[in-house]
Design a protein around this ligand. Structure first.
Ligand SMILES: NC(=O)c1ccc[n+]([C@@H]2O[C@H](COP(=O)([O-])OP(=O)(O)OC[C@H]3O[C@@H](n4cnc5c(N)ncnc54)[C@H](O)[C@@H]3O)[C@@H](O)[C@H]2O)c1
Length: 338
């Protein structure tokens, strides 16, 4: 089997701690080679290249994409730094993996989506939660019921984490940066797209320190799906000095209250599915992406970049609604810029 040649743009936390470890078994089996790395941080790139045994590395992705014979490209950079790597991958006709949130600029997302779709390349937006075996079982279960509404809660620490994820202007806020996973997963379960959003946020008191966390305390978001199902999603970062947290997804169908967790599914108080053991969704996602690129089949991945535009629009639309005092945002019009 000829190994697929992979390039990486962005050698930070998620690529080195999750994607690359997930790919290493495929490297050992000779199914892929880590052809080249690119990171704008000169010091980081040589260290990471050495750590993963990569001899060809760059600080400019355009140079890497032009010079290296790549079959697929991972773009794993913070959401405000996207420029044209997606367009270049589409032009070259190579596989494309982009971490979520794909960008904070909906116009840019629409431009990239259109290029990827027209090129017909295999593409992934990094919604790895779709790769938990539980997610597949939940999707099947929900398809056999009549869902009416959903309630998602994500309450976690309000303490600052690291610079770019502390700043609204760099990460888009916790709802965009983090809760997007749950928002996307609900779309996967319901097999439907978000149609409209209305949101109220509770802002944090202003702190003039440019390094301080400036994200809202609370994001309270209401959705309607195209088929009429409604959902409420609350993200809270109020719990600063306690370890208390909550991650909960509940889907209510006719006569069926379903509670979803990555290791088990409970319906009407009874456990109806339990994971056999721990799963590594990043590794499963990597295998799925590589298999799809090899087969040149965009339909083989669970989260193609074009479809993921609706999950991104749903969270960026929530931000837009909150800024406009809770105004209902039609997501198709939001994507069209009207
Ligand atoms: N799926 C998940 O669970 C998950 C978890 C964490 C992060 N993420 C996402 O992954 C993306 C990256 O996050 P991270 O935690 O790895 O960030 P990070 O800050 O740890 O690393 C980002 C790296 O990208 C590099 N970079 C920035 N702009 C670049 C450019 N134009 N060209 C080349 N390199 C560039 C930086 O120098 C840095 O090394 C974000 O969108 C984040 O939301 C996803």
């Amino acid at each position: 089997m000829t190994p697929l040649r992979l390039g990486f743009v962005g050698l930070g936390h998620i690529s080195t701690k999750a994607h690359l470890p997930g790919l290493l078994p495929l490297v050992s089996r000779g199914e892929v080679v880590l052809q080249a790395f690119c990171d704008s941080d000169e010091k980081a790139i040589s260290e990471k290249a050495r750590e993963f045994g990569v001899t060809r590395f760059y600080t400019d992705h355009r140079e890497m994409i032009e010079r290296e014979p790549l079959d697929a490209l991972y773009v794993t950079i913070p959401p405000t730094f996207h420029t044209d790597a997606e367009l270049l991958a589409a032009q070259k006709g190579i596989g494309l993996f982009v971490e979520k949130p794909q960008t904070l600029d909906i116009r840019q997302a629409v431009q990239f989506e259109s290029a990827v779709r027209r090129a017909g390349i295999v593409s992934v937006a990094g919604f790895m939660m779709r790769y938990y075996p539980a997610a597949e079982r939940m999707r099947e279960l929900v398809s056999q019921r009549r869902p009416r509404h959903a309630n998602l809660q994500f309450f976690y620490t309000g303490a600052p984490v690291r610079h770019w994820t502390n700043r609204m202007e760099l990460c888009g806020g916790s709802f965009v940066e983090n809760t997007i996973h749950m928002v996307d997963l609900l779309r996967y379960f319901l097999q439907d797209d978000y149609q409209a959003v209305s949101a109220f946020y509770l802002d944090r008191p202003f702190d003039p320190d440019p390094k301080a966390i400036n994200l809202p305390h609370v994001y309270n978001v209401n959705y309607r799906f195209r088929a009429g199902v409604v959902a409420n999603v609350t993200t809270s970062r109020v719990l600063t000095r306690t370890h208390a947290h909550r991650w909960q997804m509940v889907v209510v169908c006719d006569d069926s209250l379903i509670e979803y967790a990555h290791d088990r599914i409970v319906e009407n108080g009874e456990v109806v599915w339990q994971a056999a053991g721990p799963a590594n969704p990043f590794a499963l996602q990597a295998e799925g992406f590589v298999a799809a690129v090899r087969a040149r089949d965009p339909a083989r991945v669970k989260s193609p970049y074009p479809g993921a535009l609706n999950s991104l629009a749903a969270v960026l639309g929530a931000n837009a609604s909150a800024v406009r005092g809770g105004q209902v945002i039609d997501l198709e019009a939001f994507c069209a810029g009207t």
